[in-house]
Ligand binder design. Structure first.
Ligand SMILES: *Cc1c(COP(=O)(O)O)cnc(C)c1O
Length: 415
């Protein structure tokens, strides 16, 4: 190879799914058989074994005392939430609708926490009745919760969601630092803590969430250190001991060419240091990491069928029955600045050479935005073949405009 020409970046290999006789295997089933079992395309399939494996890997890398929470907005499918309830210590919800799913799935209300910048009075009332922990994000929520607690004769369990005075560097989506609608600015938190004390709410701790989809270990370590420092400082103003300290998450997964999987080992070492310090400074605090896509993203695929194969001025288009109405993120329209391809393959022809033909995968919608793969080396495909989009277990079905253009909704299965 000519050293002066850099190799074009490639996708991290999706080796979590084995290949048998040229077919991708998901949840132990060859893709064709799985599609037959589901009975229709398109569908999302989530691999139960991979969800379990991911939690096991995290446990091995992180200190045993760190509690894992699942942020269920990443994938609220009831069966997925139900599976994870048995694997993690808590579920983080962001609406009364998610709360219902978490409770139905058997989550212990004591281990559910509720965050969100616009909780309605009705949602706050339901949360107190359920006995879950509410992450306060506004002064407005204090009197509403005090009234709910008085009416129900139950404690209003609260943690303060802090908008830190720093940002998570290299995060795909920044959710803290500077002016934000999330949480309460760190500098206003002492006043809020006093208010919580006056209103008689049951203070339990702090919630900090610096950002999402971070693939830089150093940045995550740095954010976790700073979050801990900030919480330890704010604890001096708290009306009671800190029992719960949610340091956020933000662990990313590789979606695009050139991205690498996170190295968990240094994150685990850093958390062990934080845990040791917490034992001194916040002796009653349980440390929590909340993860969404890191738990579910790599365990899921989106599968659609080729309806037509068109060649337009030399470019191959695989027209499928799936598209942006089911998988907005893969089309590049869910927060991406520059459109890049998700990893994809022809799932029933995994043994075919991929470099023979580059093709675009499009959907049935009458918009050029309906693009699942743009001129990608996929190998040969024909009508009836199954296109698989990897890294699709998070922010898929529930984060897509399924009503757009009136096509049928997508099916989801946990296998
Ligand atoms: C969205 C969100 C998460 C999950 O983010 P991921 O990138 O999926 O891990 C966690 N915590 C809060 C507060 C969130 O809003």
């Amino acid at each position: 190879m000519n050293a002066s020409i850099p190799a074009s970046p490639v996708h991290a290999p999706s080796t979590q799914f084995p290949v048998e006789n040229g077919e991708l295997v998901i949840g132990g089933l060859p893709l064709g058989r799985l599609a037959a079992r589901v009975g229709r395309t398109p569908f999302y399939a989530y691999d139960r074994g991979l969800l379990t494996r991911r939690v096991t890997e995290l446990r091995a890398a992180l200190p045993a005392s760190i509690k894992l929470h699942y942020a269920m907005k990443a994938n609220p499918m009831p069966a997925v939430v139900g599976h994870l309830v048995g694997l993690v210590e808590g579920i983080d919800v962001a609406s009364a609708g998610e709360l219902q799913v978490a409770l139905d799935a058997g989550a212990d209300p004591r281990e559910i926490s509720f965050a969100g910048p616009g909780k309605t009075d009705a949602e706050l009332f339901q949360a107190v009745a359920a006995g879950i922990l509410i992450n306060l994000e506004s002064f407005r929520e204090v009197p509403v919760l005090a009234a709910a607690a008085a009416e129900l004769g139950l404690p209003a369990r609260v943690a303060v969601r802090v908008n830190p005075d720093f940002e998570l560097k290299s995060s795909g989506m920044k959710m803290s630092g500077g002016p934000k609608q999330f949480g309460v600015d760190a500098e206003a938190v002492p006043e809020l803590l006093a208010e919580i004390g006056r209103a008689g709410l049951a203070f339990e701790g702090f919630h900090l969430f610096a950002g999402s989809q971070n693939l830089r270990t150093e940045a995550i370590i740095d954010a976790q250190r700073q979050c801990f420092e900030l919480a330890a400082r704010l604890a001096e103003h708290a009306p009671g001991p800190v029992k719960f300290l949610n340091l956020g998450g933000g662990f990313g997964i590789p979606y695009f060419p050139g991205e690498q999987r996170l190295d968990l080992a240094p994150i685990g070492e850093n958390l062990a240091l934080i845990q040791a310090e917490a034992a001194q400074r916040l002796p009653r605090a349980e440390l929590v990491i909340e993860l969404g896509r890191y738990l579910v993203g790599e365990a899921g695929v989106y599968v659609c069928r080729v309806l037509d194969r068109k060649v337009s001025r030399g470019q191959i288009f695989l027209v499928t029955d799936g598209g942006l109405h089911h998988h907005l993120a893969a089309s590049g329209n869910f927060g991406q600045v520059i459109r890049k391809n998700y990893p994809a393959a022809i799932g029933n022809r995994m043994s075919s050479p991929v470099d023979v033909a580059s093709a675009s995968v499009v959907g049935p919608l009458c918009t050029p935005l309906d693009l699942l793969a743009d001129r990608m080396p996929l190998g040969h495909a024909e009508v009836g073949d199954l296109v698989v989009i990897f890294q699709s277990g998070a922010y898929g079905a529930s984060a897509s405009p399924q009503g757009f253009l009136g096509h049928p909704p997508v099916t989801e299965v946990l296998v």
